[in-house]
Design a protein around this ligand. Structure first.
Ligand code: GDP
Length: 348
């Protein structure tokens, strides 16, 4: 049986020790700007905390980091577990750090809040990159709703950029809405795939083709080469059937063997080509602007919802009102209005 007394004591002491360990705001900023990884890590922990005092402190740290100019590129990478995401990110990351770039790898893992553990949280992943002084790897915030993970990841991007990371790789798994979420915070969205046994398009989630700036067929090696080339042709053909993207870019289909570090340079070349094109036609800046607007509205949505459902009168009445709907005593619309009105009354 769980000893409640002890558990709460432990968590209180954990909170206390973390509280003690938080730094002064200026120390966070100074450490981040110097790219001191330990301080950056601590600042991200501050962002992830749900203690009010930390939330307030984190807000100031983020605001101060926002004003720092940077030329970063944010790249989203998705694919089912086992497709080779961490092998690919490690290969791409090492290639980039070898040319003097600084690479941060973040994860958005909707399964990290489930007690069974996360898909992307395995500590043995990307060992080489983890040792690289020019790379910074941070697992997904856990114990959060997907919306919460999204917000925290966005804020973490800001800190990493202030710390001088040029390339931010954001990894996710194709679970629930996580791909849409990551798509809404990146400049380039890359989908990793495996060649299947024909009928490639059937195995792809709806909407993902519209989001993808590139499909990369990984494990195009050994016995898999022929099938991968066939898959490439099939995807290329399929992509032509889609209307042109507003960014003027035609999504590419490339082959890689992440484990043998083959095709990685070509992927980077393609991303650079995309950046040149979308910076020239203005899409890059426009997209970031739109993404910021989206996040403002999204945050308002979340906050309003949270306030509504936490409202005492709403909590007390919601079951009764729903019952009235079940009994056809009140229409769903009137029920909603009644509850909204209740929530406003208590606020006054
Ligand atoms: P993730 O779950 O998407 O992060 O996938 P991992 O990077 O952990 O890779 C899953 C497995 O596929 C591992 O055993 C890798 O060694 C293997 N793998 C990754 N990339 C390749 C590749 O390009 N070719 C082959 N043959 N195996 C690969």
């Amino acid at each position: 049986m769980i000893d409640k007394k002890n558990t709460s004591k432990t968590s209180i002491s954990k909170v206390r020790s973390f509280r003690k360990k938080t730094l002064a705001i200026d120390s966070y900023i100074e450490g981040i700007l110097k790219n001191d990884k330990a301080t950056l890590g601590k600042a991200i922990t501050l962002i992830e905390s749900s203690i009010n005092e930390h939330i307030e402190k984190a807000k100031t740290v983020i605001e101060k980091c926002l004003s720092k100019e940077n030329n970063s590129i944010r790249i989203g990478i998705t694919g089912v577990p086992g497709v080779g995401k961490s092998t690919f990110i490690e290969a791409l990351g090492k290639n980039l750090t070898a040319t003097g770039k600084k690479v941060a790898v973040l994860a958005v893992d909707p399964t990290s809040s489930v007690s069974k553990g996360s898909i992307l949280g395995d500590k043995t992943r990307m060992q080489e990159l983890a040792k690289d002084p020019n790379a910074f790897i941070r697992p997904s915030p856990s114990g959060e709703t997907l919306g919460g993970v999204g917000r925290k990841t966005r804020e973490t991007i800001i800190l990493c950029e202030a710390a001088g990371y040029d390339i931010i790789l954001i990894e996710t798994v194709g679970v629930g809405q996580s791909e849409t979420l990551v798509h809404s915070m990146v400049d380039f969205f890359l989908v990793l795939k495996l060649a299947g046994a024909g009928g490639e398009l059937q195995g792809i989630k709806r909407g993902i083709i519209e989001m993808a700036d590139a499909l990369v067929i990984n494990k195009a090696d050994e016995d898999n080469i022929k099938q991968s080339k066939l898959a490439q042709i099939e995807f290329q053909r399929a992509l032509h059937l889609y209307p042109p993207k507003i960014n003027g870019w035609t999504p590419k289909v490339l082959l890689t063997s992440a484990i043998h570090k083959m095709g990685i340079n070509e992927v980077w070349k393609m991303i650079k080509q995309y950046l040149t094109q979308t910076k020239q036609n203005g899409f890059f800046a426009e997209n970031r602007k739109k993404q910021n607007e989206y996040w403002v509205l999204q945050t308002i949505d979340n906050q309003l919802k949270q306030e509504f459902y936490q409202n005492k009168s709403v909590k007390k009445m919601i079951a009764n009102v729903l019952q009235e709907v079940h009994e056809n005593k009140i229409s769903p619309f009137n029920a909603a209005e009644k509850l909204l009105l209740l929530s406003k009354k208590e606020l006054k």
